[in-house]
Every structure is written in C-alpha cells, then in structure tokens.
Design a protein around this ligand. Structure first.
Ligand code: URA
Length: 243
C-alpha cells in the first residue's frame, strides 16, 4: 500500500500549497491519529490513519478518469430531458459526480474525457492553457476545401466573434477531408471555421485532446479508465504533476 508524505497528501486533498501545509503543521493545526506530526515528511497510511485539519478529518476525494469514444446521437451533458447523455455510456455506479470535460456536439464523435476531477477539467478547458484538440473532418463534396485553407486557418478566420480564431493547423487528406488542430473550444468552432472558408462539415470526429489520443481499438460507445501514464501526462500538461 502506498504511503505518501503527509504534506503531499494534504496538498493533494486541497488543504493548501505544500508551503502552506508546512506552516499548518508547524502551527499544530494538523494531527495524525490525535498526535502532532514532526514535519511534512512523515509517511502516512491513508487507509487507516485519521488525519485532521483544524480538528476535522481530511477526506481525500477519489478521482476517476475515463476515455470515451463518443458516438453520434449522445449529448455532452450530465442530464437531458430528451436525448441520451454521454454519462449513460460509462459503466461506473460508484461515482455519482462524473461529468464530461467540455462538449462535443450531438452529431460529433470521438474522444471525450469523463471525470469527477473538477480542478483538472477547469485547467484543461481554461483558454490560458491552450490545450490542443485534433479533429478528423469531412466536408460536403459540393464545396471542397480550398487550397489556401491551410494558410487561412493558420492566420485565423472570422467566425463572427470579437476576435479571429487562434492559429489552427490544417492537414489536408483529400479535397473533402482533413485533420484540424485547434486550441480553443468555442461553440461549433470547427464547423464555423469551415463555414468561414465556404465549406460544410458533414462528419466530425475528435481524435486527440490535450495529451490523450483516441485509442483505435475503442469502438464507438466504449470507454476505459485512463492508463497511469496517460493520466500523468495530462497532469504534467496542466501542471498538476506529482512531485
Ligand atoms: N467543433 C465543432 O464544430 N463541433 C464539435 O463538436 C467540436 C468542435
């Protein structure tokens, strides 16, 4: 069984930063089984030790992370009165607080992260972190992708917002298909960007999100927990890495 350091355990539980936690220990605001620890380096046994902060037990939330291959027809919400939600595809009856990290349109398929880790979700969705999202796109054959689309998306296009879109990388696969990597997550962003260059998106699938790549063997509607190394890479990306 893992025996983390007290200061790391408390910081991960959201009690404060490592230096704040050290201060709390020094001020005798922390107890382990009723005793004052000497310092933050003390190893604890989370399953059996009772750790208290200001006399109240510290409950560490258990976070879970799933990679879902979203099918079309499901809404990216926790509840909906008329459509099935992405949460109905997750086989987890233990965690009642799961939610999708961001949204894919009802007709969009592909990689969606489902978790109960609000702090991580907040960072992944925060514009400041410029998290990459890559989509496979097909457009209507009546309006094929123009040759200058790569440079136009690189420069940013007008989708009717206050600012042009941030630089996006377009990799053309054929006159009607491409991969596009964007850093933002505005409503219908990819569809609106293609509309801005005269194309109509008829199929959209997210194949990468942040450091995650959609696992090809995951069939539509299937999910699986993130692997340890996938989770660590995500944490590193949003600077929640364990030290
Ligand atoms: N952009 C879109 O237009 N739709 C999505 O679902 C995701 C990105």
């Amino acid at each position: 069984m893992k025996q983390p350091r007290l200061d790391k355990y408390l910081a991960d539980a959201g009690i404060g930063s490592r230096s704040q936690v050290k201060e709390y220990i020094r001020k005798k605001m922390i107890t382990i089984n009723g005793n004052f620890p000497a310092d933050g380096a003390v190893k604890i046994r989370p399953e059996q030790d009772v750790i208290c902060y200001q006399g109240r037990p510290v409950i560490r939330e258990v976070f879970v992370y799933y990679m879902l291959n979203k099918p079309a027809g499901y809404v990216s919400a926790t509840k909906d009165s008329s459509c099935p939600t992405v949460l109905s595809l997750i086989q987890d009856s233990t965690h009642k607080d799961l939610f999708p990290v961001g949204r894919l349109d009802k007709d969009t398929e592909g990689l969606l992260l489902i978790t109960n880790d609000g702090a991580m979700a907040h960072r992944l969705l925060s514009p400041g972190y410029h998290v990459n999202k890559t989509y496979y796109v097909e457009v209507s054959r009546y309006h094929t992708i123009p040759p200058d689309a790569v440079s136009r998306f690189q420069a940013g296009v007008d989708i009717g917002e206050k600012h042009f879109t941030l630089p996006a990388a377009l990799e053309l696969l054929s006159p009607t298909s491409a991969y596009i990597t964007i850093q933002e997550g505005k409503y219908h962003q990819v569809k609106r960007m293609f509309h801005a260059i005269g194309c109509e998106v008829i199929y959209l699938k997210r194949i990468a999100f942040a450091s995650l790549k959609l696992e090809e063997s995951l069939s539509s509607g299937e999910s699986r927990p993130l692997r340890t190394e996938e989770l660590q890479a995500l944490k590193n990306l949003v600077r929640m890495g364990e030290k």
